[in-house]
Ligand binder design. Structure first.
Ligand SMILES: Nc1ncnc2c1ncn2[C@@H]1O[C@H](COP(=O)(O)OP(=O)(O)O)[C@@H](O)[C@H]1O
Ligand SMILES: [Mg+2]
Length: 355
């Protein structure tokens, strides 16, 4: 098949996407597919990465996953409907440079993971990998996501949410968080990679933390922090999704911030996680329930918090396009479940057609 891989994008997770995309491109090529790498610039334009550039990157290996990345370069292109039904044509100056049967949007964060690109692809009428518009939008928005979870009986940590206007006009804005135990986690509703998040232990820092979150979104959540182990589970499938082996991320300093996610020295992941069997079973059950709650299709990584002392499990969030480098948790938990990276991306492409 001819597969267009969309990567980069205007979100703060541009660099992460560039690293994920290279892994996906290599695997699709290895799986026998033809690939077109379509980079999305930070201002939303499309570029077709020249084949020579892809060729050079194919076998390169560097130390840190985030450095092993594709760059958004090449001629500016336009995405249009192809001549054959349900295909995509990559155009430049009136000429068709490539025609694709399916699109693999390896984009993280707003624009790529929140339904915007999914809407573009729906309008173009081309099959694409992963969640549809609605599931992507709900998955990206931590307020909508938690509502969906609560409605389906999926446990979440106590939280409040508000918009910028409410915060700025409240007589006593900090009273909004009065009912929550400290520490607090203040988050923009629609971000990722821990960007814009602050762990607040001292109430004097709360207002500044909310302002930081407001730099990224007009919707903000304040959550009750739990002392917990961070557990992650992959979901793969369509009508009958499956849950993977369970992984754990070792976190230091109270939470998993951007620095640790991409620039940590040691690999923080343990797969499979060392957990009692009953906890593992419950994690997998909750991962599937979370996926169903948002109306997922294709893939998601579901992240949970396990408060070992209290014996409580919470679903923290669901990522509809999780990090996808060869060193990322999502491919790792599937490899441990018997599906290697090349088979995994192949299966995701099949699922795009099954929808
Ligand atoms: N309620 C919470 N209790 C404890 N830790 C939390 C809580 N919420 C977030 N964290 C920490 O912050 C990290 C990032 O939060 P998360 O909601 O996953 O945002 P992102 O979408 O940016 O990954 C988590 O991996 C975890 O370490
Ligand atoms: Mg997270």
């Amino acid at each position: 098949m001819n597969i267009a891989v969309l990567f980069g994008g205007p979100s703060a997770e541009h660099d992460v996407s560039c690293a994920s995309a290279l892994g996906v491109l290599r695997a699709l090529t290895e799986g026998g597919h033809q690939v077109s790498a379509v980079g999305v610039t930070r201002d939303g334009g499309y570029r077709l990465v020249p084949d020579e550039v892809l060729e050079k990157l194919r076998d390169r290996r560097v130390a840190r996953a985030i450095d092993d990345a594709l760059e958004v370069t090449g001629p500016e292109v336009e995405l249009r409907r192809g001549a054959a039904p349900r295909t995509l044509a990559i155009h430049a100056d009136g000429a068709v440079l490539a025609t694709c049967d399916v699109v693999f949007p390896v984009l993280h964060g707003p624009f790529g993971e929140d339904g915007v690109v999914q809407g573009v692809l729906e309008a173009l009428g081309v099959p694409y990998v992963g969640c549809d518009i609605a599931a992507s939008a709900v998955g990206m928005n931590k307020v909508a996501m938690k509502r969906a979870f609560v409605a389906e009986g999926v446990p979440v940590t106590p939280y409040v949410w508000f918009d910028r206007h409410t915060w700025r006009t409240a007589a006593d804005p900090e009273a909004l968080a009065a009912g929550l135990r400290r520490p607090l986690f203040v988050k923009p509703a629609r971000m990722g990679s821990s960007i814009g998040i602050t762990r607040v232990t001292d109430d004097d820092d709360l207002a500044a933390a909310v302002e930081t979150a407001l730099e990224h979104d007009r919707l903000v959540l304040i959550e009750q922090g739990v002392t917990a182990r961070e557990i992650e589970c992959g979901v793969l499938g369509g009508w009958e999704p499956a849950a993977s082996v369970v992984g754990e991320v070792a976190v230091s300093g109270g939470w998993f911030d951007y620095q640790q996610k991409y620039f940590g020295d040691a690999d923080p992941m343990t797969v499979p996680a060392d957990l009692p069997e009953a906890v593992t079973d419950r994690v997998r059950e909750l991962a599937l329930a979370a996926f169903t709650a948002v109306g997922g299709w294709g893939l998601s990584r579901v992240d949970l918090l396990w408060d070992e002392t209290a014996g409580e499990l919470y679903v923290n969030e669901l990522n509809t396009m999780p990090g996808f480098t060869a060193h990322s948790m999502y491919p790792k938990v599937w490899a441990a479940s018997g599906i290697d990276y090349v088979s995994l991306v192949g299966r995701l492409v099949e699922l795009a057609f099954e929808r």
